[in-house]
Design a protein around this ligand. Structure first.
Ligand code: SF4
Ligand SMILES: [Zn+2]
Ligand SMILES: [Zn+2]
Length: 315
């Protein structure tokens, strides 16, 4: 197969786009698509101060590099879960990219603040590791925005992540989550930052190809706690559908975004859109909590630790 642009041997064929590219022209194609998504959905404005949630994986590190190439200056934020080599190697990869693009990264060390790793935190809270991790990450990401004056949190979620989450929500009719996913989420002034996902319409395979072709050294291993996660099964099922009918995942997720606009407009018209912002805030730290103390503050209290959310800065 030949590259659509230069006619040289292609290194990647994209069946869903009915085309193929060499390394150089794939990078150009991919960057243009992301730039179009950012523009079309107004994900990043000229006056924004974005921060990228980095994990050491291909998605977040590719996003970080790509934004820099587009002239969008963004620092990074990383949550060190204290999972042995996995966390150590992830941080090494992040620091290498930070050095390459000349940006700093804010690092929240779970073991430093909680005196134990995420697995032990979860055990103490009688929660599954992913549930404790999700709670802490959500907290830390918002905290870095509030404390360090960023107004936009960018994440590397890709098309496969979004399609799998959407599939799971529909499969179990989780109506409370179904219409809450979006390519961008508004801020709640002073408490929650705005969020956006520039890779929402890019497949995992495309992002991985971009990372490799751009020379990003990312961590291949998944978090050990991701084993057996339902989303991995959903990704497999959707991968089968994509194989049989290229473009299915993109159609599924784009169709959802279109429907979502209609749902949001209807909610806005009948006054339901602002209902959520009436929830209460944590009296200790000001985080949205539905009233009493937030999960993060309650977790620290459980371990009889004082409130703390300190960051190490690298770069
Ligand atoms: S798989 Fe690992 S990183 Fe992901 S939510 Fe679970 S503990 Fe956190
Ligand atoms: Zn080419
Ligand atoms: Zn709190």
């Amino acid at each position: 197969m030949k590259c659509r642009v230069c006619g040289q041997t292609a290194s990647i064929s994209l069946r869903s786009h009915k085309t193929a590219f060499c390394d150089t022209h794939f990078i150009t194609f991919f960057e243009k698509r992301v730039a179009t998504t950012i523009r079309r959905y107004r994900l990043i404005g000229e006056t924004d101060r974005p921060v990228v949630a980095v994990s050491g994986g291909k998605d977040s590190l590719s996003l970080w590099l790509l934004l820099t190439k587009m002239g969008i200056a963004a620092d990074g934020v990383y949550v060190d879960l204290g999972i042995g080599d996995y966390s150590r190697i992830s941080l090494e990869k992040i620091k290498a990219v930070a050095d390459r693009i000349g940006r700093k990264v804010h690092i929240f060390h779970v073991p430093d603040v909680f005196g134990r790793n995420i697995s032990e935190v979860a055990k103490g809270l009688r929660r599954a590791p992913c549930s404790a991790c999700g709670m802490i990450k959500r907290y830390v990401m918002n905290k870095v925005c509030m404390d360090k004056d960023y107004n936009l949190l960018l994440t590397g979620h890709n098309l496969d992540d979004e399609a799998a989450a959407l599939f799971g929500n529909i499969l179990y009719w989780k109506k409370e989550y179904l219409w809450k996913k979006d390519i961008a989420l508004d801020a709640r002034e002073g408490h929650l930052s705005r969020k956006a996902k520039p890779f929402f319409l890019c497949s995992e395979r495309e992002v991985a190809a971009y990372a490799i072709m751009s020379g990003i050294d990312y961590i291949y291993e998944e978090c050990p706690f991701s084993k057996g996660a339902k989303t991995i099964t959903y990704k497999g099922i959707l991968g089968g559908l994509e194989e049989a009918s290229p473009g299915t995942k993109l159609m599924f997720v784009k169709g959802y975004l279109k429907e979502l606009r209609g749902v949001k407009e209807a909610m806005h018209e009948d006054g339901r859109a602002g209902a959520e912002s009436e929830e209460g805030f944590c009296p200790v730290c000001g985080y949205p909590s539905g009233g009493g103390e937030c999960g993060f503050c309650r977790a620290l209290q459980k371990f009889e630790l004082p409130y703390s959310a300190r960051f190490e800065e690298y770069g």
